[in-house]
Design a protein around this ligand. Structure first.
Ligand SMILES: Nc1ncnc2c1ncn2[C@@H]1O[C@H](COP(=O)(O)OP(=O)(O)O)[C@@H](O)[C@H]1O
Ligand SMILES: [Mg+2]
Length: 244
């Protein structure tokens, strides 16, 4: 497991304490509505979504809840890397009926915490996430787990995070304090409200994203991730280095 899963590596660290506070706060937000399916998103990439949801998942599992963490960022999947697990079989394989759901659920080093990696990156992530099959699947998982946590792509970039509103009881929105501008966060919250998304909290994160990766820059990066060949991506990287 990567060092950035600090709730596992250093449970006594004040950061781990912050994740436990987050757990308490969300549990209290939960009194009237049953919030068992939580989705994390933000306005751009690199703001700390995957890191935060993975740490949150550990904190929940440590409180003896049975937790399933699903990587629904089918464009830049990271959960399997954080838990140092393979991504041979994952969500896309289940949705394409290439394997049984139980075959794609992986254990982690944390008791009570299970994960499903993204699976192979599909050409049409939004469609896949909007599928009825995903709703059925999550409902099925709700029978076996106390909490289902979903790592999603940025909400400003593509429709994926909003599409997940069909299965999400509450959204956690991450704002990287060094880059997320007011307009970006306003837009993200509005997009989620437009699909009747229930926002349970906004987490301010001090992620080390560079200033020039502003919101509009993310947009093109995500679009290109989908369509560009490896060679084009490499050329773009070289170009970006020159710009810096
Ligand atoms: N608060 C933080 N302090 C230091 N590094 C962080 C922090 N939050 C995130 N990171 C690092 O920033 C990078 C991007 O984080 P990640 O969780 O992958 O973002 P996202 O899922 O939003 O794209 C990772 O290398 C992660 O370890
Ligand atoms: Mg991520």
């Amino acid at each position: 497991m990567k060092d950035s899963i600090i709730t596992y590596k250093s449970p006594k660290d004040p950061i781990s304490e912050a994740f436990r506070n987050m757990r308490t706060n969300i549990t209290f937000a939960d009194i009237d509505d049953e919030m068992r399916v939580l989705t994390i998103t933000s306005t751009g990439k690199g703001e700390g979504k995957s890191t935060i949801i993975a740490n949150y998942a550990v904190a929940l599992a440590q409180s003896k809840k049975k937790v399933l963490l699903i990587d629904c960022d089918l464009r830049r999947p990271r959960i399997h890397r954080l838990f140092e697990q393979p991504n041979k079989r994952g969500l896309t394989n289940i949705l394409l009926r290439e394997c049984e759901p139980t075959e794609a659920i992986q254990t982690t080093d944390v008791e009570n915490l299970f994960m499903i990696s993204s699976g192979p990156i599909p050409p049409n992530p939004s469609e896949i996430l909007a599928s009825k099959r995903l709703i059925e699947l999550i409902n099925q998982f709700k029978l076996a787990f106390d909490y289902i946590l979903i790592d999603a792509p940025p909400v400003g970039v593509v429709t994926d995070a909003a599409v997940l509103s069909h299965v999400t009881d509450g959204y956690i929105v991450v704002a990287a304090i060094s880059v997320t501008n007011k307009e970006g966060i306003r837009m993200a919250l509005e997009t989620l409200r437009n699909v009747n998304g229930n926002i349970v909290g906004v987490v301010a994160n001090n992620a080390p994203v560079s200033k020039r990766s502003g919101y509009y820059y993310y947009y093109s990066a995500y679009e290109e991730d989908q369509h560009q060949s490896k060679k084009e991506k490499k050329q773009r990287k070289i170009k970006e280095k020159r710009v810096k």
